[in-house]
Design a protein around this ligand. Structure first.
Ligand code: ADP
Length: 494
């Protein structure tokens, strides 16, 4: 907007008409004081200021404008009828004018000049906006930097307060920060702790995980610098993701030596106990069997029945001890597998018959559906039967009040699939991943059903040793499908 300041209304009027005709927005003031008031209230691009005015002349108005920061860079064009003398013109420029025109003014020249000053004003405004934006950005950037620094410091303090060894690494896996515990196991922040013989180098493992861009866990024994002794640690490394990019890695080594020792002692106890139990149990079984033969000759119904009950319990006990023995063998990597070609189809039929026989009173029927296996499979028949019996026993055990189990067999070109489906209690979704773990039992069912939680663990180890796979599909209250696969390749005759 342009402000015309003149004490003569006719001058103001004629100039206003000219400027408005050219599309400018125009405001007017009829004295210096009125002009000053308006200038403080509104924003003007240009002021056309008459020099000769009563009380406050044009020069005084210009000087006052120059002393306010809001107004000191508004362009002023002086219009003067009489003060065309050089000294007045100079005074005009000194008091802040950008131009000094004498009346009568040629309207075309005036418009041309106003256009130029207007453009300069617009550019000035743009420049100021850009400058303000830059200033704001600068302030913001500084704030972000301070915040970032605070966050890093905060994180480092947390790292220091951790009871574990903790470190940070950049996205490439180069260590950038370590807490004080690190130095109990390494002399330099750039060197990972030394691992015990037989373990892969930590740096190699870490770089592998950086390459794969996934978090990882690694149980590793590392050497304490002070004692020189190795202690088991659990290394956990997780990526820190911003947007969709990994920006750094954080890792901790948690001392799990005590747990490992307890686990070792428990495994040792299990091994000793199951071995110790096995010998007397074998003798008891022998005696019970002998008694059985004697009871046949006595022909006493009560004795025969009691003997059968005793034998059943001994067989159950034998199964438990044998499972415990298997667990301790797995712990010591001594689970023996004797592979040869065997007939999987008749193994399945036998297992089904055995289970049906053992659970005759429950009225359960086991249905076999799917493919028949005509070819022989390479593996340990006894161990595979153990797996299937375990699946079937569980299917019966965890399906009270139901009367059907389905054994489904699928013959694929490079593998066979054996699946046992029941319609029992099912397994909660969040527990499914754990049921093949050692000593794991689903809380919800462990009160109502007896068991040690090792059957499926042994099954998983047996299947792994056959390079097969295993898994479950289950719906709570609807039933469970448990399957295993075995690799198949045609038997050659040489
Ligand atoms: P357990 O001796 O407890 O049966 P397993 O290792 O055979 O031990 O099974 C582990 C756990 O998995 C069981 O305690 C049970 O909670 C769950 N489970 C296994 N099979 C089934 C099934 N067919 N239906 C429901 N739950 C099952």
């Amino acid at each position: 907007m342009i402000l015309i300041v003149d004490d003569k209304p006719e001058n103001v009027f004629s100039l206003k008409i000219i400027l408005e005709a050219k599309g400018f927005l125009v405001d007017t003031a009829y004295s210096g004081q009125e002009a000053l008031k308006k200038v403080l209230k509104n924003d003007y691009a240009l002021i056309i200021l008459d020099v000769q005015m009563p009380i406050m002349n044009g020069f005084e108005v210009a000087e006052s404008l120059g002393s306010y920061s809001k107004t000191n860079d508004i362009a002023i064009i002086f219009l003067s009828a009489i003060n065309i003398d050089k000294k007045y013109v100079t005074k005009g420029y000194h008091s802040g004018a950008v131009d000094y025109l004498t009346k009568p003014v040629d309207p075309d020249i005036l418009i041309l000049k106003i256009n130029v000053f207007y453009r300069i004003y617009e550019q000035k405004v743009l420049l100021k906006e850009a400058e303000n934006k830059l200033k704001k950005e600068n302030i913001f950037r500084k704030q972000v930097q301070v915040e970032l620094k605070n966050r890093v410091q905060y994180l480092n303090t947390i790292f220091q307060s951790l009871p574990q060894i903790a470190f940070k690494a950049d996205f490439n896996g180069n260590v950038t920060f370590v807490n004080d515990h690190w130095y109990e196991y390494s002399s330099s922040s750039h060197r990972f702790p030394v691992q015990a013989p037989g373990f892969s180098a930590i740096k190699t493992k870490f770089k592998e995980c950086v390459g794969k861009k996934t978090e990882f866990e690694y149980e590793v024994s590392i050497r304490n610098l002070k004692t020189g002794l190795f202690r088991f640690h659990l290394l956990r490394v997780i990526p820190v993701i911003e947007g969709r990019k990994i920006i750094k890695w954080v890792g901790t080594f948690t001392d799990i030596e005590e747990q490992k020792q307890v686990e070792k002692r428990k495994d040792e106890f299990l091994s000793i106990a199951s071995h110790e139990l096995k010998t007397p149990l074998t003798s008891v079984k022998g005696y019970v069997q002998l008694l059985g033969r004697l009871s046949d000759t006595i022909d006493n119904e009560k004795i025969v029945s009691l003997h059968q009950k005793a034998l059943n319990q001994v067989i159950k006990l034998e199964g438990l001890v044998s499972d415990l023995l298997d667990v301790s063998r797995i712990n010591n990597s001594k689970l023996q597998i004797y592979k040869e070609y065997f007939d999987l189809d008749s193994l399945i039929t036998n297992a089904i018959n055995t289970i049906e026989q053992n659970h005759k009173s429950s009225g359960i029927k086991i249905e076999r559906v799917g493919d028949t296996f005509f070819d022989q499979i390479y593996g340990d028949a006894n161990r595979i039967e153990q797996v299937l019996i375990n699946f079937l026993t569980n299917a019966v055990k965890y399906s009270p009040g139901t009367f059907k189990i389905i054994v489904r067999t699928i013959f694929d070109k490079d593998k066979v699939v054996v699946e046992v489906q029941d319609f029992g209690i099912g397994i909660p979704e969040d527990k499914k991943d754990f049921i093949f773990n050692k000593f794991y039992r689903v809380d919800e069912s462990s009160v109502s059903f007896q068991g040690l939680g090792i059957g499926l663990y042994i099954c998983s180890e047996i299947i792994k040793q056959h390079n097969g796979t295993y898994g479950i599909v289950s719906r709570l209250g609807k039933g469970t499908q448990m399957f295993f696969t075995l690799p198949y390749s045609k038997k050659t005759n040489d």
